[in-house]
Design a protein around this ligand. Structure first.
Ligand code: F6P
Length: 358
C-alpha cells in the first residue's frame, strides 16, 4: 500500500535542511512504496493548501545545497489557535488540507516553535514526525540539531579572521553571534576560535570583569582581545529583570545591539580601540558541513523507519552516539540551554577563558 508523506520546513532556515529532506525521501522510496508531497513555506503551505506531488528527480543534487527547496516561513505557535482578521481557523485548515492531500503522515523539519505546532497537529489526530533543525542547538531531548555544526564552522572562521586584523591594529574586537536565547553557538565557536572572553545568556556577566581581562591582556603586552558574545547575553543586572522590561530597556537604549554596548563600555573603561562584528545570517547560509550532512541523513532515514513502522507523534533525536526519538508531547515547549557547569564551559575556564562572571 502506498504511503503519502507530506514534508515541510518551518522557521529559520539552516544548512542541512535539504540533506535531511533527501534522507527522508530516499529512505522512504527505498523502504516502502512512498509518494512525497512537498508543502510550500512551512505551516503556511499546510494552512493555505499550497503543495505539490514531488517527483523523485526533484530530490537529486540537493545534499550539499543550503537553505530549503521547499521554502520556509515563521508561523508563531502562539498564533496557531488564534483566529485573526482574515477569519481563518488555521488548525481547522491544516486538518482539512491534511485530509485533502490524503496524507498518511507529515514530516516537519524545524526548531522549537515548529515542534510545538507539530505536537498540536498530533493532538489534533494527525500523524506527525519532527526533525530537529536549528543553528541554535536549543531543542530539548537531542544532543545536537542539524545546522549547528555548520554554523559553528562559519562563526569559528569569522573569529579566526578577526584575530589577524585585531592583532595588526591592537584592537579589542567584539563579535556578536546568533543563537537566540541559547549560548551553544557562541560557546563552541568561541572555544574553537580562541576567544579571550565568551559571554552567554546562561552565564550573566559583569562588565567590570570583562574589562579586567582586556586590561590584563594589554598589561601583558598582548595587544588585542577577542570577545565572543551571544546575541542573547545579558549582564547581571539585566538577568534579574523581567524579560519584557529588559527588552523595553534595550529598545530605548542608544545601542542597536549587545555587541555595540559592550564595545562602547570597553573602549570607555579600558581606553582600548574597540570594534564590533555581527556576521548575522551568514551563520545560516551556504553548504552544510560533513557532520551536518551525516546527521541530517541519519535523522531523515530514521524518520522513514518510523513511518514504515507506523510510529508517529515523535521527534527524531541524537543521544550519545545513537539516533533515536522522543515523544513530541515530552519535548514540545521545552528548550535546552547551556548549563553553567557544562564540560565545554569547564574546559574553557580551565584554559583561562573568561565567561565574564568571575
Ligand atoms: O533560530 C535561528 C536564528 O538564526 C536565531 O539564532 C536568531 O535569533 C533568529 O533565528 C533570527 O531570526 P530571523 O531570521 O527571523 O531574523
Amino acid at each position: 500500500m502506498k504511503r503519502r508523506i507530506g514534508i515541510l520546513t518551518s522557521g529559520g532556515d539552516c544548512p542541512g535542511l535539504n540533506a535531511a529532506i533527501r534522507g527522508v525521501v530516499r529512505a522512504a522510496y527505498n523502504l516502502f512504496d512512498a509518494e512525497i508531497i512537498g508543502i510550500r513555506d512551512g505551516y503556511r503551505g499546510l494552512i493555505d493548501g499550497d503543495y505539490q506531488v514531488m517527483e523523485p528527480s526533484q530530490f537529486s543534487n540537493i545534499l550539499t545545497r543550503g537553505g530549503t527547496i521547499l521554502g520556509t516561513s515563521r508561523r508563531p505557535f502562539r498564533d496557531m489557535r488564534v483566529i485573526g482578521d482574515d477569519n481563518v481557523d488555521k488548525v481547522a485548515e491544516m486538518k482539512r488540507n491534511y485530509r485533502a492531500m490524503r496524507l498518511d503522515c507529515v514530516v516537519t523539519l524545524g526548531g522549537n516553535g515548529t515542534h510545538k505546532t507539530a505536537n498540536l497537529l498530533a493532538e489534533e489526530g494527525m500523524n506527525v514526525i519532527g526533525l530537529p533543525k536549528t543553528i541554535d542547538n536549543d531543542i530539548y531531548g537531542t544532543d545536537f540539531t542539524f545546522g549547528f555544526h555548520t554554523a559553528v564552522e562559519i562563526a569559528t572562521d569569522v573569529i579566526d579572521r578577526i584575530h589577524t586584523t585585531a592583532a595588526s591594529h591592537g584592537r579589542c574586537m567584539v563579535i556578536e553571534l546568533m543563537g537566540n536565547k541559547a549560548g551553544w553557538l557562541t560557546l563552541y565557536s568561541g572555544i574553537a576560535g580562541g576567544a579571550d572572553v565568551i559571554l552567554l545568556p546562561e552565564i550573566p556577566y559583569d562588565i567590570e570583569k570583562v574589562a579586567q581581562v582586556v586590561e590584563t591582556r594589554a598589561r601583558l603586552k598582548k595587544s588585542f582581545s577577542i570577545i565572543a558574545v551571544a546575541e542573547g547575553a545579558m549582564d547581571m543586572r539585566e538577568s534579574e529583570m523581567r524579560r519584557r522590561d529588559r527588552d523595553a530597556e534595550r529598545t530605548a537604549s542608544e545601542y542597536n545591539s549587545i555587541s555595540q554596548r559592550i564595545a562602547a563600555q570597553i573602549q570607555e573603561m579600558c581606553g582600548v580601540e574597540t570594534r564590533t562584528v555581527v556576521p548575522g545570517h551568514i551563520q545560516r547560509g551556504g553548504t552544510p558541513c560533513a557532520y551536518d550532512r551525516l546527521l541530517s541523513t541519519q535523522f531523515g532515514a530514521h524518520a522513514a523507519e518510523l513511518i514504515r513502522d507506523e510510529v508517529y507523534g515523535m521527534a527524531v533525536a541524537l543521544q550519545g552516539n545513537a539516533i533515536t526519538h522522543n515523544k513530541l508531547s515530552d519535548i514540545a515547549g521545552k528548550t535546552k540551554g547551556v548549563t553553567p557547569d557544562h564540560q565545554v564551559v569547564q574546559a574553557g575556564r580551565d584554559i583561562d577563558i573568561s565567561f565574564g562572571d568571575r
